[in-house]
Design a binder for this molecule. Sequence first.
Ligand code: ADP
Length: 173
Amino acid sequence: MILRTMVEIIKGDITTLKVDAIVNAANTTLLGGGGVDGAIHRAAGPRLQAECAMAGGCPTGSAKLTEGYSLPARFVIHAVGPVWSGGDQHEDELLASCYRTAMRLAEEHRIDSIAFPCISTGVYRFPFERACGIALAEIFRALDEGSRVKQVYCVCFSDADYETYQEVLTTFG
Ligand code: ADP
């Protein structure tokens, strides 16, 4: 029950959130793209792009942390989700690994509040409900294991996504 109160599904633009870290749904180059990645880079300004260019890319299923620059958030955790290819290319494990790595980075950087977009559910076409289940399972696992993170926001960009995410949340005890 305590864990449940630490995780909130919200609707909105992740770039506006004043949290310690927002998570980006990045690609392996970390050099920016469309969707939430483009929005984060636009809001953070060119210094984010410069730091990302130094990072040397990031493998699928992993994540790297940068400063937030002009964002209200102090840090950006760039997580690289899998492209959905039917489900037999380790997509579930790779998506889970994104959330696990992001929560580990949050721990290492003494982050209290973190906001996740719905990684891989846009251009990468991961089935939305399935992605929500994986996201929540990993977030609850990290909190259960004693993460110092106090507040987690799962940010939806549409009403339909918000409704679905809330429904999936009710299936977690
Ligand atoms: P991916 O390539 O990982 O699928 P996308 O950016 O295409 O990444 O989509 C990931 C999710 O982010 C989608 O659910 C999309 O609706 C959502 N999204 C897009 N822009 C924003 C934003 N500014 N804030 C929060 N979520 C966003």
